[in-house]
Design a protein around this ligand. Structure first.
Ligand code: CTP
Ligand code: 5RP
Length: 451
């Protein structure tokens, strides 16, 4: 039941938004947030979250429970925690895990520096795990640091792509209606089979919806419902909204959710989740160069070719010399891909400077950072073989920085005198860079690729 080996460092502040909407519409988000924090009377709304994480992931078909399966070497549950903890108005996050996985969970919290998390022991069914989380939040608990929230969010630990806007929508609707949950249109039609395995009847697809997570409730409503519900409900029930309806006559407001809210269930869902994460962290590349004229000139040429080859990626450039001030900002803004330009040289001074800055920044705690050390050489004047000995040092550097979750690759780009040939080698270089950034293949680190 050991989870796969995650990376090994300590994160900075809550990582980037996994929604791919980084930096988008700050003003709208701020006003939404203040709406969530403020009751009509002007007092802040106390919101907590309960994450059931005590399942064994039978349908995934692997020995590790799916919430601990690694994606880019970090356990799935860490992405979900990151998504919730970056929403500052969620005060407490209560995670239900089995006794057997308690230590694993504690080490994940420590390694990725998750904040505001409390752990409780999970039950044998999802409903029992949720009930256990709710009990920890109820005010009559002795020796508890937690306090009873007005609204509680319930969210599966295996739905990592939950965004702040849907959390806010369900919380706001729960405040008004007592309960609320995210829904999606049905993909397949739901049918009811009879005992002999034949079709009994089918439901009209357009009139039904798939119930997803997150859901939110007035705490008193859902706690009352769990206290009243039967053992049968706790054993076989799959819908919290139904408990609120059945035991508290609270009709949940249904909120349209995004397709990324789906529950990681089968093995293929891990691959899908990995692709989504890779896509999000590959959206920006920073070309780093020093201020020497030659270096700047060819660095900007490469930047232009990258821009035209990768039109969906934001390509920026930055000088390494200004005591790294702008570069620090780019690191703070969570750019996870760097191309370091070295002209007519096979030493790694520039690349090493950049690597030191990245190591100091802790940027790579949550996601692997790609660094491509680009060396422009005129292969006619300087045969690569002459420089090989020096260039091979990249293997050692890459091993060292891999421990800090930095993926270092080497790229030799031919620097011929003729403009047309240079354009062609820059284009080939850009294609290689794009693929290194997109794939984040740790098997290729320390390799010298040639364009
Ligand atoms: N006894 C249980 C069972 C499930 N869960 C949690 O409930 C969420 C959604 O349940 P599901 O996807 O069904 O998870 P598993 O039960 O682990 O998967 P499977 O049904 O394939 O065994 C997951 O975060 C899971 O860890 C839980 O906290 N306690
Ligand atoms: O989709 C959901 C809400 O309705 C739940 O995630 C789902 O019902 C969990 O149930 P199970 O453990 O049976 O998969």
């Amino acid at each position: 039941m050991e989870p796969g080996p995650p990376g090994s460092f300590g994160p900075a502040e809550p990582g980037p938004c996994l929604s791919g909407q980084r930096g988008a519409d700050h003003a709208a988000s701020a006003s939404l947030q203040s709406a969530a924090r403020t009751k009509p009377g002007g007092h802040s709304l106390a919101v907590a979250a309960v994450l059931p994480a005590g399942g064994c992931g039978e349908r995934m078909g692997v020995p590790t429970p799916k919430q601990f399966c690694p994606i880019l070497e970090r356990p799935l549950i860490s992405y979900t925690l990151q998504a919730l903890e970056r929403v500052y108005w969620i005060k407490d996050i209560v995670v239900a895990v089995t006794g057997e996985n308690m230590e694993v969970m504690k080490s994940i919290i420590q390694k990725y520096q998750h904040k505001r998390i409390s752990l409780v022991e999970a039950g044998v069914t999802r409903h029992r795990s949720i009930f256990s989380g709710l009990k920890a939040l109820a005010e009559d608990q002795l020796n508890s640091k937690l306090s009873k929230p007005e609204v509680v969010i319930i969210h599966d630990a295996v739905r990592p792509f939950v965004e702040e806007d849907v959390l806010l929508k369900v919380v706001t609707a729960a405040k008004e209606h007592g309960a609320a949950g995210a829904i999606r249109p049905l993909v397949s039609t739901v049918i009811s089979p009879s005992a002999d395995g034949c079709l009994d009847h089918s439901l009209e697809r357009a009139r039904h919806r798939a119930s997803e997570m997150p859901q939110a409730f007035l705490f008193d409503v859902i706690y009352e419902a769990y206290q009243q519900c039967t053992d049968y409900d706790l054993e076989f029930g799959t819908e919290c909204l139904q408990l609120a309806l059945k035991y508290c006559r609270t009709k949940a407001k249904l909120v349209e959710g995004s397709p990324d809210l789906w529950k990681v269930t089968y093995k293929r869902d891990l691959y899908a989740a990995e692709s989504i994460i890779k896509e999000i962290i590959s959206q920006e590349i920073c070309v780093v160069m020093d201020s020497k004229e030659d270096n700047k000139h060819v660095g900007h040429l490469l930047e232009e070719v990258l821009k035209s080859e990768l039109n969906h990626v934001k390509v920026t450039s930055e000088a390494l010399c200004l005591a790294g001030r702008h570069l620090q900002q780019i690191i703070l803004d969570q750019c996870y891909n760097f191309v370091c330009v070295n002209v007519m040289t096979s030493d790694f001074q520039e690349t090493q400077k950049l690597l030191s800055m990245l190591e100091e920044s802790n940027l790579s705690i949550l996601y692997p950072v790609v660094v491509v050390s680009v060396h422009f050489l005129d292969f006619k004047l300087v045969p690569p073989s002459q420089k090989m000995e020096n260039l091979m040092q990249i293997k050692e550097f890459s091993k060292k920085v891999k421990e800090r979750n930095i993926l270092l690759y080497g790229l030799l780009i031919s620097y011929p005198q003729a403009d047309k040939q240079l354009q062609e080698s820059l284009r080939q270089g850009a294609i290689i860079i794009a693929s290194l950034v997109k794939e984040r293949n740790s098997g290729l680190i320390g390799q010298l690729l040639i364009a």
